[in-house]
Design a protein around this ligand. Structure first.
Ligand code: HAM
Length: 422
């Protein structure tokens, strides 16, 4: 028989991993709520055309990485390769533009990209995503960056580097594209076929080519920041002055263009030690043209997404441990058939009283006590036939080793009292 294995680039997130996931997702959601973001959930698959138009036809994501398929109704669908296009679709479709601005939305969930798997790069991974709609002021860019900051500060990350750049807007982008084309004309023999093609379709995309041979050419290429129009330049200067006033460290990285077409003006990433060179734990930027491009009213917007697998890798590399997940504090061991019925009744009663409890499911009393220990139960009820005949059960505190005999009818009250005293 064939042995099934998980698809390349995916992971089984086993129980031992869950404290990290619970901690990262719950603290990210709590931080976002503290900033006034509300949660939005969009479908895991969307019309393929949404991403082709939104993310951009000449991007690696759309050209090479989408999980696209036709369903039984012959609809062209794609597993979401990012959140933003779907969130924008939902914003337009549900009339969220009628809400007071800013509209601040966050999401958490799986993302799919057919990439070459390596450390911190998967084909199914998870993002925490946050977007602000309706604000042109660079204050929204600042708020976006501050949220990213607070996430990592809350997790005690060390060695973070904030990378910042501006990629301009439809007014200044053509000048920059022309400069790029000019420069690349004299390097055509050094670059890959993809870059030659992209030079024609979308020149900016040559700057995020991952091919080894193109790297020296990228290193000498013109920089967007030198071609900004007055509006983009002022926007960038004010964002920097906000960051400077707060004393937030960042590096201007003129090479940062980000691999999605929708960005205008601000782009940023956070890099962290522990997951390989220049691996971003998060990335984002402003995308003032996307809502209109997808059929909505012109609406400025800015946001970012953080990769949860990479965050957890950094936590592990930096020795940061999440809090343990709660386990049921009570375990019920028993011996004999009569005791079994009493044990079942007791476990049901405890749970009805909102006390976490597990019941032994076989083995000698000694083996059951070992199970209780493994399950990290604080208190164990031991129901033996002799005690039961007297209407009593043994109640053991596993932390102190003390054992009492208590009346069966008072068992739930006994454990409530003991838990309250813990
Ligand atoms: P992105 O830079 O493509 O941006 O992805 C954001 C983050 O997702 C990355 O910084 C990284 O941590 C994580 N990530 C990306 N690809 C992988 C992968 N294959 N395996 C593991 N983690 C990965 C976006 O997705 C934009 N939608 C962000 C955004 C929101 N911009 C504006 N709003």
């Amino acid at each position: 028989m064939d042995k099934f294995t998980r698809p390349t680039g995916t992971q089984d997130l086993l129980p031992a991993e869950q404290p990290y996931w619970e901690y990262v997702t719950s603290s990210a959601a709590a931080t976002a709520r503290r900033f006034g973001y509300e949660r939005i959930e969009t479908p895991i698959f969307e019309a393929t055309g949404l991403f082709a138009r939104g993310v951009g036809g000449a991007t690696d994501i759309v050209e090479k990485e989408m999980y696209s398929f036709r369903d039984k109704g012959d609809h062209a669908l794609t597993l979401r390769p990012e959140f933003t296009a779907g969130v924008v679709r939902a914003y337009i479709e549900n009339g969220l533009h009628t809400l007071p601005k800013p509209v601040k939305l966050f999401s958490l969930g799986p993302i799919f990209r057919y990439e070459r798997p390596q450390a911190g790069r998967f084909r199914q991974f998870h993002q925490f995503n946050a977007e602000i709609f309706g604000i042109q002021d660079p204050l929204a860019d600042l708020e976006t960056m501050l949220l990213a900051w607070d996430l990592y500060a809350g997790w005690d990350f060390k060695g973070l580097a904030f990378q910042l750049n501006s990629t301009g807007c439809p007014v200044c982008r053509p000048t920059f594209s022309a400069a790029l084309r000019d420069y690349y004309q004299s390097h055509l023999h050094e670059i890959c076929e993809d870059c030659k093609r992209r030079l024609e379709t979308n020149p900016l995309r040559v700057l995020d080519c991952k091919q080894e041979r193109c790297q020296p050419v990228i290193a000498g290429a013109p920089q967007s920041i030198a071609h900004l129009c007055e509006e983009c330049s002022t926007h960038f200067t004010s964002l920097r002055s906000y960051l400077d006033a707060l004393g937030r460290p960042y590096t201007i990285n003129p090479r940062l263009v980000r691999g999605l077409d929708y960005y205008t003006k601000t782009v940023f990433e956070v890099w962290a030690e522990g997951i390989g060179a220049q691996a971003a734990v998060c990335g984002g930027g402003r995308y003032d043209g996307l809502i209109e491009l997808l059929g909505g009213r012109p609406t400025p917007a800015v946001g970012f997404a953080a990769g949860l697998e990479r965050i957890i890798l950094v936590m592990k590399a930096q020795g940061l441990t999440p809090p343990a997940l709660p386990v049921p504090p009570v375990f019920i061991a028993f011996s004999g058939d009569a005791a079994r019925a009493t044990a079942v009744r007791l476990v049901v009663d405890l749970r009805a009283a909102a006390i976490g409890a597990q019941i032994a499911m076989g083995g000698s009393l000694k083996a059951q006590l070992r199970q209780a220990d493994k399950a990290q139960a604080r208190f164990v009820f031991i129901i033996g036939e002799d005690e039961l005949a007297r209407g009593e059960v043994n109640f053991k505190d596993m932390a102190t080793g003390t054992q009492l005999t208590v009346a069966l009818g008072t068992a739930a009250a006994q454990v409530s009292q003991a838990l309250a005293a813990c």
